[in-house]
Design a protein around this ligand. Structure first.
Ligand code: TTP
Ligand code: MG
Length: 369
């Protein structure tokens, strides 16, 4: 059977690149995009950083104060995240990508899989040319660089895209798959997190090659049938997952652990506001409007509590989301003595916002009347 040709396109240092786009004068400086938690001026974490800043050891997830320390005596620029702006740019890029694929699947704000088997005529050489074209179109139309992996499936495409960054292009043909994966540490396989990696290390499995040679029966005994089969296939670069346009979600939610247990409204709101921002960024891209807002509280005794409210009309408003969450929290706090450990926000009951269509229908109605 002819091999599929799959691309994974990942925009480089995305949030920071968006900031450079908005203000090109910062391009040569270290740029650090921060999620400020708001407690003190420096509390919070780094969302992402440009490659100038990465050279100083600054990366996603480290505390802001640490990033400041690493960038002491440089002309570094620290900026707060602006999800709305990144979503807007993401949407434009995704539209370009969609037009360059037989099948398209967005998997994150700055990542998408493209199945180009048909338009590449099954040729990886052609696949490389298509990837070069994707890069030049994204650069020409949106002034952004990206890194692309081209491979026979999603699993290998994702790993190969990570191989060369920024502005990279890595092609792995079916013949090259096992040689490409073999020497990599097992942790490069999706699904092998820190814990699994440790367990595998204890078994003498360090590289993907080690994993592919490990006795299947023993693997099953340790990880169970499903996981063992997944690991075994993954180690051989086998993956049949199709590139699929995401079905419409029925709900979108985010959950987070509070820095410390609390029932102090303003402290909890700092966290829920963040969660609301993220959820809102998700729906902005899909032009979704929600009608129901819910919260989930996991208390210090691990009990789980949910509350929700359905609005009169669907809305895509961030303010309404934050306001409703606040209302639900206030009510919850008034009803219980519990301290909160984790807090989640959920929206559901979606109406696809079709502005143009709506205008058209109201126009027709008016015309008739
Ligand atoms: P990534 O694609 O993982 O990172 P990146 O685009 O910044 O860098 P790279 O060049 O390595 O692709 O994530 C996309 C965006 O998601 C990133 O720009 C910011 C955000 N993000 C966070 O907010 N926190 C995180 O821990 C990570 C990994 C990403
Ligand atoms: Mg990226």
């Amino acid at each position: 059977m002819q091999s599929r040709i799959i691309m994974l396109v990942d925009l480089d240092y995305f949030f920071a690149q968006c900031e450079e786009l908005r203000n090109p004068s910062i391009k040569d400086k270290p740029v650090v995009v921060c999620v400020y938690s708001g407690r003190t001026e420096e509390s919070g974490a780094v969302s992402t950083a440009n490659y100038v800043a990465r050279a100083y050891g600054v990366k996603s997830g480290i505390p802001i104060f640490l990033a400041k320390k690493k960038l002491e005596n440089t002309n570094a620029v620290f900026l707060p995240v602006d999800y709305m702006f990144y979503e807007e740019i993401s949407g434009k890029v995704m539209n370009i990508l969609k037009g360059l694929a037989d099948r398209f699947e967005q998997v994150g704000i700055d990542e998408a899989y493209l199945d180009v088997t048909l338009r590449a005529n099954g040729s990886f050489e052609q696949g490389r040319k298509l990837a070069e074209n994707v890069k030049s179109e994204v650069l020409r139309q949106q002034k952004l660089t990206c890194s692309i992996g081209v491979a026979p499936n999603k699993l290998v495409a994702k790993i190969s895209a990570d191989t060369k960054k920024p502005d990279g292009l890595t092609v792995v043909t079916p013949e090259q798959v096992t040689a490409f994966l073999g020497p990599l540490p097992v942790s490069r396989l999706i699904g092998v997190g820190a814990k699994t990696k440790e367990r595998m290390q204890a078994l003498g499995i360090n590289t993907v090659f080690d994993l592919s040679n490990y006795d299947m029966q023993r693997l099953i005994a340790i990880f169970g049938k499903t996981l063992a089969a997944y690991f075994h296939n993954a180690s051989l670069g086998i993956d049949d997952e199709p590139v699929q346009e995401r079905g419409e979600a029925t709900s979108i939610s985010r959950i987070a652990t509070l820095k410390h247990d609390s029932r102090e409204l303003s402290f909890i709101l700092e966290k829920t506001d963040q969660l609301c921002n993220e959820i809102h960024a998700d729906i902005a891209n899909d032009k979704l409007a929600y009608k129901t807002v819910g919260i989930v509280v996991i208390a210090t005794d691990m009990s789980i509590h949910t509350r929700s409210k359905t609005l009169e009309n669907p809305t895509d408003s961030l303010e309404a989301l934050k306001g409703t969450v606040k209302e639900l929290l206030e009510k919850f706090l008034g009803q219980t003595e519990l301290e909160m450990r984790r807090i989640g926000v959920k929206i559901s009951n979606f109406a696809k916002e079709q502005k143009h269509q709506r205008q058209l229908t109201s126009f027709i109605k008016e015309g008739k009347g």
